[in-house]
Ligand binder design. Structure first.
Ligand SMILES: [Zn+2]
Length: 198
């Protein structure tokens, strides 16, 4: 299931984005609790409490279209949007990992030259100043480009190729996955926490 769960540290500061399976395993072990936003209040639940609330919601057929659920043989449980790590005090250094995935997310899977949106297999990484000309691997020099634009640009700079960048590439301030998810209604509750971590 491709759903993310925002993890807060003990002091309610957003520190991480977890896959669902990892979030449930922490809940199950008692290392985390669910933080649920209900009528502008934050309510906490341990695994059993969350399971009961989920059951109640399922029985009353109060499920929201934006909710995600996991069905096991014996019960159904709603996927929480936020968990709090009960034994985690730290605030990790806010360094966003320089990776292909994060560059694609930063650029919204849009080619930075033609502004087209493409499926991942039609996208590539382009060095704005080509490697052969001393351009490095950095947030400021690597962008998402469609294969056609990448080939057209070749070993040239944008100026030489007459291909303008949509916007100057920058290092993202926060995990691009958080920004990406925040744009979706179902992750709206994250907005109450992520500003704290910036
Ligand atoms: Zn393009």
């Amino acid at each position: 299931m491709q759903v993310s769960v925002l993890a807060l540290n003990r002091h309610y500061v957003a520190v991480h984005v977890l896959p669902v399976q990892r979030a449930f395993s922490l809940l199950w072990k008692g290392s985390a609790e669910v933080v649920n936003v209900e009528q502008n209040q934050f309510l906490s639940y341990d695994f059993d409490g969350w399971r009961e609330i989920s059951q109640l919601k399922a029985n009353l057929e109060e499920r929201d279209d934006t909710d995600d659920w996991i069905r096991t043989v014996r019960f159904e449980i709603q996927v929480p949007r936020i968990v709090r790590l009960l034994r985690y005090d730290r605030v990790p250094r806010n360094v966003v990992k320089f990776s292909r995935r994060n560059i694609f997310l930063r650029d919204g899977h849009c080619c930075q030259y033609c502004d087209g949106r493409f499926p991942r297999h039609l996208l590539s990484l382009d060095h704005v100043v080509p490697r052969s000309r001393g351009g490095g691997d950095s947030w400021e020099n690597v962008v998402c480009a469609c294969l056609a634009c990448n080939v057209r640009k070749g070993g040239r700079t944008p100026q030489e190729a007459g291909m303008a960048l949509k916007s100057p590439p920058v290092r993202p301030k926060r995990n691009p996955l958080i920004s990406h998810q925040l744009a979706q209604q179902k992750y709206a509750s994250w907005g109450k926490f992520v500003w704290m971590s910036e």
